[in-house]
Design a protein around this ligand. Structure first.
Ligand code: 9UX
Length: 70
């Protein structure tokens, strides 16, 4: 069973940022689908919980230079 989560992101200011976030998420293991929007600034991810955790996905966003709002 896949899990769907919404991650609120701070620091995205243009579509380039949106694409950066989209790409880092897409490259994580266990990711089935990714949608990132600027307004609202958030990522909707569908993933396999046995392969990747929500915390790991948030870390990837932080590593890419953005912030995550809990
Ligand atoms: Mo747009 Mo984002 O020029 O890091 S790509 S601001």
């Amino acid at each position: 069973m896949t899990q769907r989560s919404v991650i609120n992101i701070k620091g995205m200011t243009c579509m380039g940022c949106v694409n950066s976030v989209k790409n880092v998420l897409k490259n994580q293991p266990g990711i089935m689908a990714v949608d990132v929007t600027l307004e609202p600034a958030q990522a909707t991810v569908q993933y396999e919980p046995g392969m990747v955790s929500l915390d790991r996905l948030k870390e990837a966003i932080l590593d890419a230079g953005f912030e995550v709002i809990d």
